[in-house]
Design a protein around this ligand. Structure first.
Ligand code: SF4
Ligand code: SF4
Ligand code: SF4
Ligand code: FES
Length: 946
């Protein structure tokens, strides 16, 4: 095995349509107009020496190493900044050029430490390579004069070092931070000899605006910016391309290895979701895979108050099967069920639902997508006929107006956010609809045209008000509606939104947004010409989550913003495989590809292939499983890769349900919170230890490749197979590719998908079948999947969760960049330096009223429960609204959230809880007990592991 090499063409690809023909070193070359001479040469296989150029950022022309000669032109222009021209005749290797390049390199090396042999970048340093390429053999100047060799290293970032002594001030890092990441954290300070790279105003990296995306480290041609893991472990010797297991962007990475040891994760330029970029989680936060708290042996106990006992895989699997069989014999076929994971692969998820339907003989299978994007599936399927977003990420490059609602892309989907920010810097207009002033509203070189800081819970009303303006001001795209949408549904809807109760004047008053702003935002969205909607859990996790998704679909149809690039309705998915877990038939009423379990033809197809009869009745959803457990009819649960106790709403209710079951089986990397109620613990495997696929937010099926052996001895899919076999339902697969072949046979939208195709194409977006053999980047071109687009009536119904004298504030929740979901992975990495506790954001006015100062402990109470955390006083939230994240079990924000949920899908209403905030002396009693218990559990886990 060797390292996957990627060519650096020196400058970005030109998007021009016209072609230019020229000659380079005697070779005829044809490239798009606007291509640099350097890139044209590289594409023809002619390597021009370079240092300050790299193809992820625009050319800068500072190092003067890439000079060329052009027939008929004086001088030696830089090939990176000179575009090709028709008929141009270029020479890249002449005596004059060789002498100039040698002189340039000599100057660089005369101010560079000569420690190549012990340098961490030895063998992976462009400066070293260029010295060799230009034939530099000696440096005439000596090292006595002024130089930069004695500067201090900045080691403040936990993941990379900055060693200014090795810096050649090429500015690649500064440009990467600006152009690729869009953070503008770096600058070149001072001038001439004094020039140096600086994070912020002469700050350390850790104290600066830097978000640790790693783009600068990636761009640096020397060892100046260097991963600490490479310094510690050494240069990698082979690599495997795989997919990040954190968020729904689905970034592709090269996992660079030494033997079985992961050295670093490098974003893959050919990754179609990320185009070579990364965020701090995927790039650096993989240390949890080796964390000492990881459980590697199966464990059992008779009851949940007993200590865990390590057992062999055989014993554990036998116990799972015998317990589940016993419970079904005693309490009936419907007494057990399973929960699939949006963090596991498509193949693993498919196998869990197959185990439940075929092996357990019921449809009691659900997924954690229930608690996030189930309204997306329902809403978009009703409107368009497909339960997924309409575009690929590249599409944002052609958007003129971007509407972000209920999403915080810079924290939750950072790599896509960087691409969005780039488009905004190019001039696209931005509308943000969010109770909180998210970063996108105002940041370097970006300012939203309109921010609608609505009261939590009023999305559907605001969307109706926007629709009201579009309909009553004549902004409907009549041609699109006539050609592609159901006319009757449109007329009915148009009459509904035109009613006065949906006017900005009425809605604005109730939602806390000025009517003028609503009107202006509606006009901007309708004007486009290309308007794209991006939304997140701030839309779905409401009692009217599905209504709001339908509201977005209505807006896009009414304005004709569908069926081409630059437009669409795009859910930003939270977890890496939320889309996939929904596609794979994880819901109790649906088989793969969103086909209802009651459809006889579909069910029969599965029955024939699986050799088992299937129940035609939908099974229990997660909340119904909990209710049934408390009632005493649901007794056993298999939970793969999901911490339901921490991630589901109303923690006390979930805990009671789990405690009421007789056999809870948890399969995970760590003893999570749910495992406190488990009888059998099956150690899971990380994404680094298995093969499979994840499907990202743009329906892109990406390969996950095994880069090391499973530390627990079994990949997750193998564990499910073992349980199925022990239950007498054999599933004979020897590799996940065979599982995908079965999915393709059974699922029309996946019919063309195979591992061979993924190998060839890199990744594909479903639908992928005979009609679209290499996938479908943009959906609904020339018509909707369901036939005619369906306008739905989106009556605003206020949530039953109301503020009042006891609970006068509204709590809404979200994520932060450095942490992921319940934090099981990221809390076990150095990412904790950025966020080691959840805090409560509160407006200065509300804080003052309660005598709360910044940093004080406060008690946060709702009618469901209470927790304690520190206050952060900020005007990012409006008066009357408080906000927190849910990454830390010590806080358990979901103790506070209520049982209310979306009318259509039961997706919990995480985003609206009436609360009170009051001063406190510190963590509450249960939190102190929890801290003690957690350290006790950790001790047990450690003892068991030893
Ligand atoms: S790590 Fe990313 S954000 Fe930080 S300085 Fe480098 S490019 Fe900028
Ligand atoms: S830190 Fe690296 S990329 Fe940045 S200017 Fe110095 S050598 Fe160039
Ligand atoms: S943006 Fe998401 S998928 Fe990409 S590296 Fe970050 S966490 Fe991973
Ligand atoms: S690579 Fe062209 S001037 Fe540096």
């Amino acid at each position: 095995m060797s390292l996957v090499e990627e060519i650096d063409y020196g400058t970005p690809r030109s998007r021009a349509d016209q072609e230019v023909k020229l000659t380079i070193d005697g070779q005829a070359v044809t490239v798009p107009a606007g291509t640099s001479i350097m890139r044209a040469a590289m594409e023809a296989g002619v390597q021009v020496p370079k240092l300050c150029a790299t193809d992820s950022v625009d050319a800068f022309g500072s190092c003067r190493l890439c000079l060329v000669e052009i027939a008929g032109r004086p001088g030696t222009p830089a090939s990176c900044t000179t575009p090709v021209a028709p008929g141009m005749v270029v020479s890249t290797q002449t005596e004059r050029l060789k002498q100039i390049r040698k002189g340039v390199m000599e100057l660089y090396i005369s101010d560079h430490p000569l420690d190549c042999l012990t340098c961490a970048a030895n063998g992976d340093c462009e400066l070293q390579d260029m010295a060799g390429a230009v034939g530099l053999r000696e440096v005439r100047y000596g090292y006595e004069g002024r130089n930069h060799l004695k500067q201090d290293k900045d080691e403040s970032n936990p993941y990379f070092t900055f060693d200014p002594a090795k810096c050649i001030v090429c500015s690649r890092c500064v440009r990467a931070c600006e152009e690729v990441q869009g953070t503008f954290a770096l600058t070149i300070q001072a001038r001439g000899f004094e020039s140096k790279v600086s994070a912020g105003i002469a700050e350390n990296f850790i104290d600066s605006e830097c978000v640790s995306c790693g783009a600068c480290v990636q761009a640096c041609p020397t060892a100046t910016l260097m991963e600490k893991s490479v310094i510690e472990i050494g240069q990698p010797e082979h690599s495997v391309v795989t997919t990040c297991a954190y968020c729904g962007v689905g970034c592709s990475f090269k996992a660079e290895m030494r033997g079985e040891e992961l050295v670093r994760m490098v974003p893959y330029k050919d990754g179609k979701a990320n185009r070579g970029h990364s965020c701090v989680k995927g790039r650096f936060a993989w240390g949890y895979a080796n964390h000492k708290e990881r459980i590697l042996k199966p464990m059992m106990r008779e009851s949940i108050d007993q200590p865990w006992r390590e057992v062999s895989w055989e014993v554990a699997i036998d116990r799972v099967a015998s317990e589940f069989k016993r419970l079904q014999a005693k309490h009936g076929r419907l007494a057990i069920g399973g929960i699939t994971s949006s963090r596991c692969t498509n193949e693993e998820t498919y196998l869990v639902q197959k185990l439940v339907r075929g092996g357990f003989g019921n449809n009691n299978v659900d997924t954690c997508a229930r608690v996030c994007h189930s309204p997306t599936g329902y809403g978009l399927k009703t409107a368009f006929g497909t339960s997924a977003g309409t575009q690929d990420f590249d599409s944002v490059e052609q958007a003129d107006v971007i509407l972000v609602i209920g999403a915080n892309p810079t924290d939750a989907h950072p790599v896509f956010a960087s691409r969005m920010k780039k488009r905004l810097r190019e001039g696209a207009k931005l509308i943000v609809i969010d109770p909180r002033r998210i970063d996108l509203v105002r940041m370097p070189h970006i300012e939203a045209a309109y921010h609608l800081p609505l009261r939590p819970g009023t999305n559907a009303a605001i969307l109706n008000a926007i629709a009201h303006v579009i309909v009553t001001e004549g902004l409907v795209n009549e041609r699109f509606v006539r050609d592609y949408c159901d006319r009757d549904a449109f007329e009915y809807w148009a009459a509904f939104v035109a009613e006065a109760r949906n006017s900005p004047e009425t809605v604005g008053l109730m939602a806390g947004v000025s009517p003028e702003t609503i009107r202006a935002a509606a006009r901007l969205y309708a004007a486009g010409p290309n308007s794209a909607i991006y939304y997140g859990l701030g839309v779905t996790e409401h009692s009217q989550g599905t209504t709001a998704v339908m509201g977005l679909a209505n807006l896009a149809m009414a304005t004709g913003n569908l069926g081409r690039r630059g437009v669409g309705v795009n859910p930003l998915r939270g977890q890496n495989n939320v889309q996939g877990s929904c596609d794979m038939g994880s819901f109790p009423h649906e088989l793969t590809g969103y086909r209802h379990i009651s459809e006889d033809a579909t069910r029969t197809m599965f029955e024939k292939l699986w050799g088992r009869p299937l129940d035609a009745e939908p099974g229990l959803r997660i909340p119904n499983m909990f209710d049934a457990a408390i009632e005493g009819t649901f007794k056993g649960l298999y939970v793969q890769g999901e911490d339901i106790l921490q991630s589901d709403p109303n923690t006390h209710h979930v805990a009671s349900a789990l405690a009421a079951m007789e056999c809870v089986v948890v399969q995970d990397l760590f003893l999570n919170e749910t495992a406190n109620y488990a009888h059998i613990f099956l150690p899971g495997s990380t994404f680094l230890e298995k093969d499979g696929t994840f499907t990202n937010a743009e329906r892109r099926i990406n390969r996950v490749r095994r880069v090391m052996s499973p530390k627990n001895g079994m990949a997750d899919w193998e564990i499910t197979l073992a349980i199925a076999k022990a239950m007498g339902f054999e599933m004979p697969y020897s590799h996940p590719s065979e599982v995908m072949d079965e999915i393709a046979r059974l699922t029309p939208t996946f019919a063309g998908v195979s591992y061979d195709l993924l190998e060839k194409e890199g990744s594909v977006q479903w639908p992928c079948n005979e009609k679209a053999p290499t996938g479908t980047p943009v959906m609904h071109i020339g018509g909707f999947a369901r036939g005619k687009g369906n306008f739905m009536i989106t009556e605003y119904v206020p949530t039953d969760e109301r503020t009042g004298p006891r609970f006068p504030l509204l709590l809404t929740t979200g994520r932060i960049l450095s942490q992921y979901n319940v934090g099981a992975q990221t809390r076990r990495t150095d990412n904790v330096v950025w966020h080691d506790e959840d805090v409560l954001e509160i407006h200065p006015h509300d804080a003052e009223q309660r005598g709360v100062r910044d940093g004080d402990w406060v008690k946060l109470d709702s009618r469901a429960g209470g927790t304690t955390l520190r206050a952060r006083i900020t005007d990012r939230v409006a008066p009357g609204v408080v906000y927190t994240t849910f990454h830390h079990p010590e806080t358990q924000a979901n103790v506070v959230t209520t049982e209310f949920s979306d009318w259509a899908t039961n997706c919990p209403e995480y985003k609206v809880t009436a609360v009170q905030v009051s001063p406190s002396n510190g963590p509450s009693e249960w939190q102190r007990e929890y801290a003690e218990q957690a350290s006790h559990s950790r001790r047990i886990a450690k003892v068991a592991a030893e």
